[in-house]
Design a protein around this ligand. Structure first.
Ligand code: SF4
Length: 504
């Protein structure tokens, strides 16, 4: 209506304006040069070119369609790999979304030659080839190494928590899991009844059968995982209270960077210091990083074929066990570590000890191997405890001295029948050397570079690829998601540092 009014408003003395018609009913046949859909320097060309350099024989061996025989031709593994890598590089991690993008996005259309790839094909491919994907990652590292992007002289290692595909309210105790399992088993039986297929049709019946079967398998897995969780609990009460997620039984509640807790996996990333190439990735169910350093070094060595010369980590990895392990392998470990006294200020506080009676004020006499307390009483050797990288020597005051002491309430308020004790820790030579090394200016400077190198790929994978929460479930599958993200990151590094378009 408004259009008609506008068009009717010609200048006085002139006719109505003559405008080009917009004809949306016409059919147009337009020639299209698929090769020209993306410019010469488009990164999708780089990805296609890079994937073409890789040894994909394992993938081709699994292609069932054979030339000269009947049946549909298969999609080229090079295409499926390139599609996933390009998609991840754009923050797309859904097979359905890739399939949709193949219909209208020029880069995807260039890759597929204007064909649409079914999302089932893409999703199955992403998780089907665990060994193939591991090989692919190693293969890529080989190419990057040949380009001089990896030296392994210095690697930085770090861990980051990525949320699982499960919410906190899916965690249940054993009784509830068993009740759900019974129900799921019953449903599986009912689904086997041929009348169900008659009612809803064979396709729907098959989909429902698969859904209840997967649910039953998940609940059976939940009971297995519950035993693992219980094994880590110390008291019977804690074991009884243990819970696991019914959606992703292998996920664990882990502390997040914002201080909250969420079902997560602990993703471990080892980065080469030269050009920030990822040389190893792993996924752990443990919220703590202490046990992850040795496996991470093993992975980097297996992937690149040599041991790192130096490894830089934060305080989460710097335990005495790891110092000894790295020393034995002659790897130079750099990491932050607390003073590591056996009796920390926190412990003293919890025991109600007044700061004026903390261990530092007790005087040690090396000749007599005794301590003297602020009241002048002697604490004598009372046993020792050997720990990896350290021996803790215990000294104890005479019970009668403490019971009659006017400082007792400040010094050892919780001691009933025993005298006050002190622990003197003696580090193994390797640990003492590590602590001394960490005091030097040169090493502090190297440690200062840790954040920029080790945290860069973690941030990139989360921000650019969008891997803040997994789409898949279970250690193996989330490990594959991480691997796809890591190899995408590495190829992006190669594009940034090495790739030049052919015309250039
Ligand atoms: S309580 Fe025992 S150890 Fe403490 S100051 Fe008194 S005598 Fe010494």
């Amino acid at each position: 209506m408004r259009d008609e009014q506008n068009q009717g408003k010609g200048q006085e003395g002139k006719g109505n304006p003559r405008l080009k018609p917009i004809n949306r009913q016409q059919l147009v046949l337009r020639p299209m040069d698929v090769e020209q859909l993306v410019p010469e320097d488009h990164e999708v060309r780089a990805i296609w070119e890079f994937v073409g350099e890789l040894d994909l024989s394992r993938y081709y061996e699994e292609v069932e369609a054979v030339e000269g025989e009947a049946g549909r031709a298969a999609w080229d593994p090079r295409l499926k790999i390139s599609l996933w890598i390009y998609a991840y590089s754009k923050g797309v991690s859904s097979g359905r979304e890739i399939s949709r993008l193949c219909e209208h996005d020029l880069a995807y259309q260039w890759l597929t030659g204007m064909e649409a790839v079914n999302y089932h094909t893409l999703c199955d491919f992403r998780v089907k080839h665990k060994e193939g994907l591991d090989e692919l990652f190693v293969n890529i590292l080989g190419l990057l190494s040949a380009e001089g992007l990896i030296t392994l002289e210095r690697v930085m290692h770090d861990g980051t928590k990525v949320k699982a595909c499960a919410s906190a309210d899916t965690f249940r105790r054993e009784e509830r899991i068993r009740a759900h399992l019974e129900k799921a088993r019953e449903q599986v039986k009912q689904m086997g009844d041929p009348r169900v297929a008659e009612e809803v049709g064979p396709r729907v019946a098959k989909a429902r059968q698969r859904a209840v079967r997967e649910k039953r398998e998940r609940l059976e897995k939940a009971l297995e995982e519950l035993e693992k969780v219980r094994a880590l609990k110390s008291s019977q009460e804690e074991k009884k209270e243990a819970r696991v997620s019914m959606s992703d039984p292998e996920a664990r509640m882990m502390k997040q960077s914002d201080g909250g807790f969420a079902p997560s996996y602990n993703v471990q990333i080892t980065t080469d210091g030269k050009e920030k190439v990822i040389v190893g990735v792993g996924v752990s169910q443990s919220g703590s990083d202490y046990g992850e350093l040795v496996p991470a070094i093993d992975r980097a060595e297996a992937n690149v074929g040599q041991e790192p010369g130096q490894v830089v980590v934060d305080g989460g990895f710097t335990s005495r066990e790891n110092i000894l392990a790295m020393s034995e392998r002659q790897i130079d470990l750099i990491g932050s570590m607390g003073t590591g006294t056996s009796q920390s200020a926190g412990q003293m506080k919890r025991r109600g000890v007044d700061p004026s009676f903390y261990p530092e004020v007790f005087h040690y006499d090396a000749v007599s191997d005794t301590y003297s307390c602020p009241a002048g009483k002697i604490l004598r050797p009372a046993g020792q405890e050997k720990r990896p990288g350290r021996i803790n020597y215990k000294y104890r005051a005479c019970a009668t001295d403490c019971q009659g002491c006017s400082f007792r309430k400040k010094c050892c308020p919780q001691n009933g029948t025993e005298g006050r004790s002190i622990v003197r820790g003696v580090d193994a030579p390797e640990v003492a050397a590590f602590i001394a090394k960490m005091e030097t200016h040169e090493v502090k400077k190297i440690y200062g570079q840790r954040g920029a190198v080790a945290e860069f790929p973690n941030a990139w994978i989360k921000d650019k690829i969008g891997l803040r929460q997994f789409r898949l479930r279970g250690v193996v599958k989330v490990g594959m998601e991480v691997l796809w993200a890591a190899l995408t990151y590495n190829i992006k590094q190669w594009i940034r540092l090495c790739w030049r378009p052919q015309w250039a």
